[in-house]
Design a protein around this ligand. Structure first.
Ligand code: SF4
Length: 445
């Protein structure tokens, strides 16, 4: 039998950053989604929604000025304006194809998310055309949140105002770090001057919510550099701050270089260092009046600043995701689009939905998915799972709960399972304890 001290040692072992995914964005892992199960996605689209299911819309804009060395998204840096217009027209056509299917059932989207890639890479003319056309198909004048990701170097004052005038309510700036040396070393296209400029444009444009994204532990980051980034963020006083810990998935340039060198350890800070940096950032943000609301987020005013996209997805909303390689979730089935430019566009040109692979989780897997995702908020409510899934999570997951308690990361407070700060900072690692055995060693690709 392993002692408590040994278990803590196991939990803390192997703190160097190695290649692979750390961040858990969905469950079961993507490697279990298959082309053979594609028909399940079409079946889900032909069913009416369960009463009260929220509908959200996502569009992946896969264009960037250059590819960051740590990037693992589907992005293109070589497309001209005709290619981009062709992509926009195809995404609108894709939305039309969805709008004809029974699962829509008269619903309008409650939230919309423009992600990337770099949505702000598009010109004002392209954005105006895109958003006008999307709204023609599925109006969103009653949507509560329209979120948009921007790269500071692509945002001029007129573009920022146009984005706001198009109805965007939440602008997320991909700042990542405030030191030019670190930004350059990691292949970012923007510099520190562009951050201040873009932020000021955003404030004057009057977005209801501005978020700043940071990454702890980028290549070349130092304690002083990180401290500088946290201080600058607090000075700008965004409505929310999202901090990721640097991970090196297999499809990054950094991993390619590691492979060529035969290196196993990534050239970035260890997990313990990254946790320490995020912990210190959270403490400073709390001292400045922010509240930590998830493993990655601190918000200035939790009563006013919500993030509907995350909260609805983590509680089972339907998400129609348009664009190359996008991930949807409809009527309990997960599916992903064709993940290459050519096949994505070709299938739409043929009048087909470009679905590439799918998976319908079992009711138990669906329950575990929500449990994992909600743990990233720092706490899980037993009552929610009893009511929605008829499961007593304390009993169903007794060994995992006991392990996390023994390791000193979790406590029980009445009906709530609560991660402490140290647990929250490594939630993505700890939630593997709740995975079904067959999913434990899966690659998250
Ligand atoms: S800006 Fe974002 S999406 Fe584009 S290359 Fe960099 S990390 Fe990838």
């Amino acid at each position: 039998m392993t002692s408590g001290a040994e278990l803590i040692q196991i939990a803390h072992n192997d703190e160097e950053t190695r290649a692979g995914n750390y961040f858990v964005s969905n469950y079961p892992p993507y490697s279990f989604w298959t082309p053979e199960k594609r028909s399940e996605a079409f079946d889900a689209l032909d069913r009416k929604p369960a009463p009260g299911t929220t509908l959200g819309l996502y569009l992946h804009i896969p264009f960037c000025r250059k590819r960051c060395h740590f990037c693992y998204f589907r992005v293109y840096t070589d497309k001209n304006s005709d290619d981009i217009q062709h992509y926009i027209d195809s995404a609108v056509r894709e939305l039309e194809l969805y709008a004809e299917r029974p699962f829509i059932d008269g619903r309008l989207p409650r939230f919309i998310y423009f992600g990337g890639g770099t949505p702000s890479y598009l010109s004002v003319r392209q954005l105006t055309g895109l958003i006008g056309e999307m709204q023609r198909v599925l109006p969103w004048d009653r949507a509560e949140e329209i979120a948009f990701e921007g790269e500071p170097g692509t945002l001029t004052e007129p573009k920022m105002q146009a984005i706001r005038d198009l109805g965007i309510t939440r602008l997320s700036l991909g700042v990542e770090h405030f030191e030019d040396r670190v930004l350059q070393l990691n292949g970012r296209a923007h510099g520190s001057k562009e951050i201040d400029r873009a932020y000021n444009f955003a404030r004057s444009a009057g977005f209801p919510q501005i978020n700043i994204d940071l990454i702890a532990g980028m290549m070349g980051d130092t304690p002083d550099g990180w401290q500088h980034s946290v201080r600058k963020t607090i000075e700008l006083a965004p409505d929310s701050v999202t901090i990721y810990q640097m991970e090196i998935p297999f499809n990054t340039t950094i991993y390619q270089e590691m492979k060529e060198r035969g290196a196993e350890i990534a050239p970035v800070a260890s997990w313990a260092t990254k946790r320490g940096w995020v912990s210190s950032a959270f403490e400073q943000l709390e001292a400045a009046g922010y509240t930590v609301t998830s493993a990655y987020t601190a918000v200035k005013d939790p009563a006013r600043t919500r993030f509907l996209y995350r909260d609805e997805l983590w509680t089972g909303a339907d998400l129609v995701a348009l664009g190359v390689a996008s991930f949807s979730h409809v009527g309990g089935t997960h599916f992903q689009n064709e993940h290459n430019w050519g096949p994505y566009l070709e299938r739409i040109a043929k009048g087909e939905l470009p679905i590439y692979r799918a998976l319908t989780p079992t009711p138990e897997e669906r329950m575990i998915r929500e449990l994992l995702l909600q743990f990233k908020l720092g706490h899980v409510e037993s009552g929610y799972f009893r009511q929605k899934f008829g499961v007593e999570i304390r009993e169903r997951f007794a060994p995992a709960v006991d392990r996390l308690k023994e390791w000193g990361f979790l406590s029980e407070q009445g009906e709530t399972l609560q991660l402490n700060r140290e647990g929250l900072l490594q939630a993505d690692r700890l939630i593997h304890e709740f995975f079904l055995p067959e999913h434990r060693d899966a690659r998250y690709a």
